[in-house]
Ligand binder design. Structure first.
Ligand code: HEC
Length: 146
């Protein structure tokens, strides 16, 4: 039963996103081949679009000088544990992303669980990061303690 649901989910995603790969900052799952990573990333994409995309945009490019990008962000790529803390606790104060100063408050998401944060981070770091592989709930727990 679970396998069937998963197969249907994959089919739906493929129907909507199996386009030729381009250099666009697409939030596509098509580049992910590992099954476990893909399971996490499917959940993560939905959570990202519900909790983050209003500000950071579906394609991760942010909004001008108000909201920093996640796609091709040096700040995002530099520190994986920090990203877990930003998602959970929010972020306030001046930061520099790709040479641009940002200073707006990002609200935290205290109600997101470690597994939900793990899903979001697996999605983001596999589509826009250099990392590949699952970031799981135990890793997130460790990042939040650091
Ligand atoms: C209400 C708008 C808003 C929402 C929703 C939001 N952010 Fe942010 N985010 C910001 C702002 C503004 C900053 C910069 C904060 C600062 O200036 O100190 C930021 C910074 C960041 C950064 C570090 C800088 C960078 O871009 O590399 C990351 C990573 C990030 N957010 C990820 C997320 C994720 C993941 C979510 C969803 C769980 C999320 N944000 C939801 C507004 C938002």
């Amino acid at each position: 039963m679970k396998k069937v649901t998963f197969a249907i989910a994959i089919a739906i995603i493929c129907l909507s996103s199996c386009k030729p790969k381009s250099a666009n900052p697409e939030n596509t799952l098509a580049s992910i081949t590992d099954t476990k990573v893909l399971q996490y990333a499917i959940e993560g994409k939905a959570l990202y679009e519900a909790n983050c995309a209003n500000c950071h945009q579906k394609n991760g490019t942010g909004l001008g000088k108000l909201i920093p990008p996640i796609f091709q962000s040096d700040y995002f790529l530099a520190d994986i544990p920090r990203t877990a803390k930003i998602i959970k606790n929010g972020q306030k104060g001046e930061i520099i992303v790709n040479g641009v100063i940002y200073n707006q408050e990002m609200p935290g998401n205290p109600r997101l669980t470690n597994i939900e944060i793990a899903h979001i981070m697996t999605y983001l770091y596999n589509i826009w990061g250099s990392e590949s592989g699952v970031i799981d709930a135990t890793m997130v727990e460790g990042y939040l303690k650091k």
